[in-house]
Design a binder for this molecule. Structure first.
Ligand SMILES: Nc1ncnc2c1ncn2[C@@H]1O[C@H](COP(=O)(O)OP(=O)(O)OP(=O)(O)O)[C@@H](O)[C@H]1O
Length: 251
């Protein structure tokens, strides 16, 4: 589904991502881990299109995308949940999800401004899709409440719902577990497991090794911008290069 081939990106002459190759197969959960500064965020942004690659190719569903703007990649079926994404205050949970769907409807701005019947039909359809997504992430009961009153774990679930509304082929998660503890982290892991069971393909970039090890079918480990391991979690966890990279950091 996703093929990253020999991709590099530097900042001020120093490589943040160097000659990275990775594939994500249909239906797979692929985790990307690595110590601080390994290049995880840079790689994530290269895949989404928020950063341009200096070298290499990125293909999605068999099509070159590395010169496409982020919104064009999104339209092809990539949906992103950013680490720092916030909820819109002063809006309900349902409205927060609906925001992502406006502009994707057929009637468009003019029909909306004039409140034409077509627009009202679109609004109903959008609300129904938002409700389906909220149901999928277990937030139905919260739909009419102000979004900023949600605990942080559920705000993360809300962001997932927003991403799911676009009916992605590939879901890209940037550090989804950051800032979550105990129960909240457990709930998010269960949610990702449910999405995987539903056949969704997921790329999970995450600092928390335990979280990724539990969820991923395959893990790619970055260190100093390069891939140092790529394989099933059990294999990667015992890889001497991986252990050394993490130990080096704690030292
Ligand atoms: N916009 C930028 N300008 C300059 N240097 C950058 C920029 N973005 C990243 N870097 C550098 O590239 C390297 C990789 O950073 P990146 O944020 O991709 O790593 P990371 O694995 O996501 O780290 P962390 O786990 O700490 O978030 C680091 O040395 C970082 O300082």
């Amino acid at each position: 589904m996703l093929a990253v081939q020999g991709v590099s990106r530097s900042f001020g002459g120093v490589y943040a991502v160097r000659d990275v190759t990775l594939d994500v197969a249909d239906g797979e959960v692929c985790g990307v881990i690595g110590p601080n500064g390994a290049g995880k965020s840079t790689l994530f942004n290269l895949i989404t299109g928020h950063l341009a690659a200096e070298r290499g190719e990125i293909s999605f569903l068999g099509r070159r995308v590395d010169r496409l703007a982020p919104h064009r990649r999104a339209r092809l079926g990539m949906s992103i949940v950013f680490q720092a994404a916030r909820v819109f205050r002063g809006m309900t949970v349902r409205e927060n999800v609906m925001v992502g769907l406006h502009g994707r409807t057929s009637a468009g701005f003019v029909a909306a401004a004039l409140r034409l019947p077509r627009h009202r039909r679109d609004e109903r359809e959008i609300a129904a899709r938002a409700d389906a997504a909220l149901d999928r992430v277990g937030l139905s009961e919260w739909a009419d409440r102000p979004a900023d009153q949600l605990p942080i774990g559920q705000q993360r679930a809300l962001q997932l719902a927003r991403a799911l509304c676009a009916r992605p082929r590939l879901l890209l998660l940037d550090e989804p577990a950051s800032g979550l503890r105990g129960q909240e982290r457990e709930r998010l892991a269960e949610l990702v497991e449910e999405l995987r069971a539903g056949g969704l393909t997921i790329l999970l970039v995450e600092h928390d090794v335990a979280f990724v090890t539990r969820l991923a079918d395959r893990i790619v480990v970055l260190d100093l911008g390069r891939v140092i391991a790529d394989g099933p979690p059990a294999e990667v966890r015992n890889d001497p290069l991986v252990l050394a990279a993490y130990l080096g950091q704690s030292a």
